[in-house]
Design a protein around this ligand. Structure first.
Ligand SMILES: Nc1nc2c(c(=O)[nH]1)N=C([C@H](O)[C@H](O)COP(=O)(O)OP(=O)(O)OP(=O)(O)O)CN2
Ligand code: ZN
Length: 148
């Protein structure tokens, strides 16, 4: 009898964290920052309840029935998202954002890079970050818009 075909599946898990930040670029003057970022450039910052959906992709292991053990994914997300970001001032507490503007785009990249270091090679598929219910970023590890 032919062996069962390998099945590829995607698996997602959600994390929620709270943080404050200020949108401010060191490459711009104070006036330019205010013009670009408006209320989000408030000197004392503002806060968000972020939601992150992490999706991994891989073959369903025929023995375990899993792509990845969700208990392991939970621990990786704890290390990659919750420990560095939850209840933090992104710009002051997270060294990465000392030189990188703490937009949701860059928060997604930060989470991607942290998770990539922890997960089996090639397994990370998508990081989706909700800054608010209305403002959502998806990052899939791409570096440029590829030619069509
Ligand atoms: N490209 C981006 N633009 C903006 C970002 C970002 O991360 N990437 N972030 C902000 C601010 O941080 C800001 O907090 C957004 O807040 P706000 O406009 O209040 O959010 P909502 O649109 O969800 O709220 P409304 O109630 O609809 O005003 C700005 N730009
Ligand atoms: Zn904000």
């Amino acid at each position: 009898m032919a062996p069962p075909a390998a099945r590829l599946a995607r698996l997602s898990r959600v994390a929620n964290f709270s943080a404050c930040h200020r949108l401010h670029s060191k490459s711009l003057s104070d006036e330019e920052n205010l013009k670009l970022f408006g209320k989000c450039n408030n000197p004392n910052g503002h806060g968000h309840n972020y939601k992150v959906i992490v999706t991994v992709r891989g073959e369903i292991d025929p023995v375990s029935g899993m792509v990845i053990n969700l208990t392991d994914l939970k621990e990786y997300m704890q290390q990659a998202i919750m420990e560095p970001l939850d209840h933090k001032n992104l710009d002051k507490d997270v060294p990465y954002f000392a030189e990188v503007v703490s937009t949701t785009e860059n928060v997604a990249v930060f989470i991607w890079e942290n998770l990539k270091r922890l997960l089996p090679a090639g397994m990370l598929y998508k990081v989706k970050v909700y800054e608010t219910d209305q403002n959502i970023v998806i990052y899939k590890g791409e570096e440029t818009i590829s030619e069509r």
